[in-house]
Write a protein that binds this ligand. Structure first.
Ligand code: F3S
Length: 410
């Protein structure tokens, strides 16, 4: 515990309860974290992103905690968005979610709304009007969004837990430690990638391998051939945050801070990746029949929905095909005619949720195909599903036939 934490007059007043019990509880959390991590002061945050939104994970105790905090007068004082919920908040009946689950999930979202959070329900707030600016301090919670904000955009956030993110929203502050400090943002490991990157799944397999090696370090990538990979960086960060605890990475000549200055640091041992096969092997189970194909982890962009619609034109899927995305992205896709095209092929564009936080185990699926290394990593434990992992085109082929295409399966 350190005593060097200095609070402003306003922060001291919050701590003394002068802004009400809800704010007092929030600043107690922020201050406790500051003391644990040796922070010298608190820093104002430009925005907050809160995780712990699915009723599947939160349960009744979590819901009561939120309702009680709101009843104590707590309100977000900075723009605050929500991570995916446990279901599509509009289409849940036709997707097979139970009314009992839906009632509780709606209550969770309502409790967050009464705390002043926007019900965006997405892990890609940066794609739907909530992209932070370079150098801004944030308190974001979803690991893939944290990685994207830190790495691609050059904002500064630790990976917050659900309550600490909400406490930052209610106080407008977070403790200045970890990735809020410039010295902790320097690379710890240079990663030389000597094999070509041909797809979003290649980036996911790479992220899986690197995350396992560097754990909570800061990798600095040098790619020999990134190919179209620069369009899929959200999958790289998501995978490293799943197999490891990477919250920040740099790519030479590409990501925000690597372009702005020297992020190499002093001690940077090299890791060479010249083969992605071990990543694919680790993320693929033996399932041949596939009854669910899940794309959109992290939540799909408009460009990804366009690619899916283009692939499916004039064809019809046999398996259930769900592409998860933000509600705002779905609306844009609807306007562009993409949702109608995907639905004409038998697929669904599902908003507000994802296959890890939704209670899909109760929906009768057994084997899932996905192009997301993060999803492939979590789905067996979180959703009880067998998993096949590969690029979008391979997953969509599986959706058309109900079988995983490839030399081992057909
Ligand atoms: Fe987002 Fe769910 Fe994947 S929260 S990153 S779609 S596991």
């Amino acid at each position: 515990m350190n005593d060097t934490l200095r609070l402003t007059t306003e922060e001291q007043a919050m701590l003394a309860g002068k802004a009400g019990p809800g704010v007092q509880k929030a600043i107690e959390i922020v201050v406790a974290l500051g003391r644990i991590y040796g922070a010298r002061d608190l820093v104002p945050v430009a925005s907050v992103q809160v995780s712990g939104v699915s009723y599947k994970n939160l349960g009744d105790a979590g819901l009561e905690f939120l309702e009680e905090w709101a009843a104590q007068g707590a309100r977000a004082r900075v723009p605050t968005t929500l991570n995916p919920a446990g279901m599509d908040l509009q289409a849940w009946p036709e997707l097979g979610f139970s009314p009992a689950f839906a009632r509780q999930q709606e209550a969770v979202v309502a409790a967050y709304a009464s705390l002043g959070a926007s019900p965006t329900c997405t892990c890609t707030p940066y794609l739907v009007g909530h992209a932070p600016e370079f150098g801004q301090h944030l308190a974001w919670a979803e690991s893939s969004a944290v990685s994207y904000a830190n790495s691609v955009l050059g904002a500064r956030t630790n990976r917050e837990g659900g309550p600490s993110a909400l406490a930052a929203a209610i106080t407008g502050r977070t403790a200045r430690y970890g990735l809020h400090l410039a010295e902790n943002r320097l690379a710890t490991t240079i990663v030389e990638v000597r094999c070509p990157i041909g797809s979003e799944a290649d980036l996911g397999a790479l992220g899986y391998l690197v995350g396992r090696q560097v754990s909570s370090g800061v990798p600095y990538f040098r790619f020999q051939d990134l190919g179209p990979g620069h369009r899929h960086l959200k999958t790289l960060g998501a995978a490293m945050a799943a197999s490891g605890a990477v919250a920040l990475y740099h790519i030479e000549g590409l990501t925000a801070e690597a372009k702005a200055g020297n992020m190499l640091g002093r001690s940077t041992p090299s890791l060479v990746v010249d083969d992605l096969a071990p990543g694919y092997a680790a993320l693929n189970g033996p399932a041949r029949e596939v009854d669910l194909v899940s794309l959109g982890c992290p939540h799909a962009s408009l460009a990804e929905l366009e690619a899916v619609a283009g692939f499916l034109a004039g064809r019809r899927v046999r398996s259930t095909l769900w592409i998860t995305t933000a509600r705002a992205t779905r609306q844009a896709a609807e306007g562009a005619g993409l949702v109608a095209q995907i639905e004409a092929a038998g697929g669904r564009v599902v908003a507000d949720t994802c296959m890890v936080v939704a209670p899909v185990a109760g929906l009768g699926f057994r084997a899932m195909a996905t192009n997301s290394a993060k999803m492939a990593f979590y789905a067996p434990a979180h959703s009880g599903l067998a998993v096949r992992f590969g690029p979008m085109e391979q997953c969509l082929e599986a959706a058309l036939t109900g079988r995983w295409p490839g030399t081992d399966g057909t």
